[in-house]
Structure formats: structure tokens, C-alpha cells
Ligand binder design. Structure first.
Ligand code: ADP
Ligand code: MG
Length: 238
């Protein structure tokens, strides 16, 4: 059974159909990247998976259990956004531990998880700093750390690196790949950056106007694009 399964997922906003029937089966531990032009529905699809929007039709299963109407907080997911709203008055450590304290996770367990995430993200020396005293790349790593400490089954990333400069994007992208190798969770990652897609993905999902044009490995899409849209999208400079 797939880690995440979507069947016939549709999402309308009023009379506008944004997702027009998404069928998708993602295995445990896969790194999946959604690509497609601006406005094609990537963020909406991620938010429907996360439970931040309710699907108009279709169903969603995680580890074989239907979660279509399950609250976001009960889906076992963690989401990292492009604009990483850290709490400015809290230290890095507090930013990472805050949600766990509210969830009633024991103190020793929180300390263990924060330490581990900080080590993986090279934030150990910065745990007592406030976000204002960090670089953009460090702040984004704190946002990723906040997701890691929740120990989710599935990570959802919505263009997490798009606010970083080119050099930092490359460095953080490599860290994400290393992170996936170390934690092994399922990762679903939205980007409009083809290099990110081609280097991070086990499989890429190409979206266009609310439908899936093609699903395949980076090599599949490069060598055997299903149609001109995919060929144009994969081949074009960003
Ligand atoms: P992408 O992330 O691929 O750029 P989005 O999923 O953000 O695209 O948006 C897809 C379409 O859905 C856009 O036309 C957008 O305007 C519309 N949309 C997204 N969220 C809402 C909303 N809450 N209400 C109305 N329309 C929305
Ligand atoms: Mg988006």
C-alpha cells in the first residue's frame, strides 16, 4: 500500500475548478517533486494533501487510512512554506520546541529531537539566538527543523528555497537531499526550479491547469516526455 494515495481529487473555489481530477500514488520514503507553471494548482494540491483545504471531490489515503476529512493536525504531516514565519521573540530552540510542548511531548524527548534536528541542519551553535540574528539560510533551516522535530510521516515543502539567493539555494538543496537520505520520510516538494526538481526527485509530477501531464523519474521526463507541454517545460530555461 502506498504511503499516500489520491483518487480523483478535485478542488473548486466557487465556480473555478483548480484541481480537475488528480490520481497519484506515492510510496513510503519517496521524494516527489511537483512542477508546473504559476497558477497550475501546485500549492492547492499540497494544501489539500495537508488538510488546509478540503477536497471538493475524491479521496485521500495515508498509510491505507482515509484522511479526506481528517483535520490537518491529525494527518501526521509537517509543512514548510516559502515564507517561514518564525517567532521573532523566541530563540531557535524555542521555535523548534514550541509546538511539541503544546502537544504534550515529554521534555526529555523534546530535547532529544531538537538536538538531533539541530545537528542535521548545522544549527547546534545557534540554538540560543533569535531569528533576527540569523542569516536567511539559517532561518530557512530553522523552519525545516520545526518540521523535522514533529517526526512526521510525510513532509510537504512549498517552494521552500525561493527566497534564498542562488548560492544558498544550492547549499540548502544539498542539505535537503542529505536530510532525506538520513531521515527517509516521504517528501513532497513544490518548486518551479527545474534544477531542484531534476536533482532532488525520485519522481516528478508535472502539473498543468489542474491536471497531471506526466509522472516519471527525472530521466523518464527528460528522455521520454509524454507531450509537448512536458518537453517544453522540462527543456526550457527557468
Ligand atoms: P501554484 O501554486 O501552482 O502557483 P495555486 O495552487 O496557488 O497555484 O493556485 C491555482 C489557482 O487557484 C490560481 O488560479 C489561484 O488564483 C486559485 N486559488 C488558489 N487559492 C485560492 C483561494 N483560496 N480562493 C480562490 N482561488 C484560489
Ligand atoms: Mg504556489
Amino acid at each position: 500500500m502506498a504511503g499516500l494515495e489520491l483518487r480523483g481529487v478535485r478542488k473548486d473555489f466557487g465556480s473555478v475548478a483548480v484541481l480537475k481530477g488528480i490520481d497519484l500514488s506515492i510510496a513510503d520514503g519517496e521524494f516527489i517533486v511537483f512542477v508546473g507553471p504559476s497558477g497550475c494548482g501546485k500549492s492547492t494540491l499540497l494544501r489539500v494533501i495537508a488538510g488546509l483545504e478540503t477536497a471538493t471531490a475524491g479521496d485521500i489515503h495515508i498509510d491505507g487510512a482515509e484522511v479526506t476529512r481528517t483535520a490537518a493536525s491529525d494527518r501526521g504531516l509537517a509543512m514548510v512554506f516559502q515564507s517561514y514565519a518564525l517567532y521573532p521573540h523566541m530563540s531557535v530552540h524555542q521555535n523548534m520546541s514550541f509546538a511539541l510542548e503544546n502537544m504534550g511531548v515529554p521534555k526529555a524527548e523534546i530535547a532529544r529531537r531538537v538536538e538531533r534536528a539541530a545537528r542535521m541542519l548545522r544549527l547546534t551553535d545557534y540554538l540560543h539566538r533569535k531569528p533576527g540574528a540569523l542569516s536567511g539560510g539559517q532561518r530557512q533551516r530553522v523552519a525545516i527543523g520545526r518540521a523535522i522535530v514533529r517526526d512526521p510521516k510525510i513532509f510537504l515543502f512549498d517552494e521552500p528555497l525561493s527566497n534564498l539567493d542562488a548560492e544558498l539555494r544550492v547549499a540548502t538543496r544539498k542539505e535537503l537531499a542529505a536530510l532525506h537520505a538520513e531521515i527517509g520520510g516521504t517528501m513532497i516538494y513544490v518548486t518551479h526550479d527545474q534544477v531542484e526538481a531534476m536533482t532532488l526527485a525520485d519522481r516528478i509530477v508535472v502539473l498543468n491547469a489542474g491536471r497531471i501531464e506526466q509522472i516519471g523519474t527525472p530521466l523518464d521526463l527528460y528522455n521520454r516526455p509524454a507531450n509537448l507541454f512536458v518537453a517544453g517545460f522540462i527543456g526550457s530555461p527557468r
